[in-house]
Ligand binder design. Sequence first.
Ligand code: SAM
Length: 327
Amino acid sequence: METLCDPFGRQIRYLRISVTDRCNLRCLYCLPEGGVRWLPREEILRFEEILEVVRVGASLGLTRVRLTGGEPLVREGLVDFVQMLRAIPQLADLSLTTNGMFLARYATALARAGLTRVNISLDTLKPERFHAITRFGAIEDVQAGIDAALDAGLHPVKLNVVVMRGINDDEIVELGRLAFDRPLHVRFIELMPIGEYFSRERLVPSEEILARLSALGRLQPTETPMGCGPARAYAWPGARGSVGIIGAVTQAFCAQCNRLRLTATGQLRPCLDDESAVDLLPALRPVVDHERLAQLIRDAVAAKPEQHTMARREAGRPRLCMAGVGG
Ligand code: SAM
């Protein structure tokens, strides 16, 4: 089987797919509060078109797919789409990143359809603060989603916490504590300079996050189940889960980056931090051209930059693309 190798020797196996630009929340660091103009439906890739991309990508060496957004669970038909993806034999790992609001409704069906695992965003344990950060959400829905994911046997269940100084950094220890009693893998993510919300003062560096977690007891380096990504993982002796730290800004993990990102409009982006993209649409519409699709995927791999530049930025780069980059 062909492999996808970039000019810096990294083997690309992982595709993050934004299945929609739409979201039922407006998290402070992600979307503006009002006036979000969603894209017209015809601009969003149909599931059949995404399947073609994944099939060709899998024949070239992709083995892992993550569905994200926007909020993937607001897109109708997602469970059936998971089932279709599951039928692609090369895919060893099929995961979902969700805000969890609709997860209680879909977790069992998703697990039956073949979803392997799930990452759920949860930045606070305080109901009022949750509402303030997400501007729309009720934390009870996410808590029910976490319970449902565990009950459905999705494994591992990871929680994504974006840490913001003065907003939720006082909860690092309490959020970490979730890993004690249940098999939850709590990952603390440095706020990235994407979008207008970012400021240097709000960024809590990963070393500081680790130091605060260490107050709960001595942390041992560990592996998270199915970990292939950027988190450094640790566990407390006897805890059922783990904590992870994603130092996206201060400890860039570009040397290990193994991914491409497909936006909801069919742009294949070599790097989260780079607006440049390879447009797959000419190979998908009006008819699918598999050869051309394969070449465009190789082109995106060839265009992967060696490193992102987030560590050097003082302000958030404007979000030029609202079609989701599979962040
Ligand atoms: N709606 C889904 C969700 O909430 O998980 C999936 C899309 S969301 C864009 C994917 C992940 O990106 C979430 O875990 C979110 O917290 C993270 N994210 C978004 N903007 C970020 C930023 N500026 N810095 C760090 N993480 C960010």
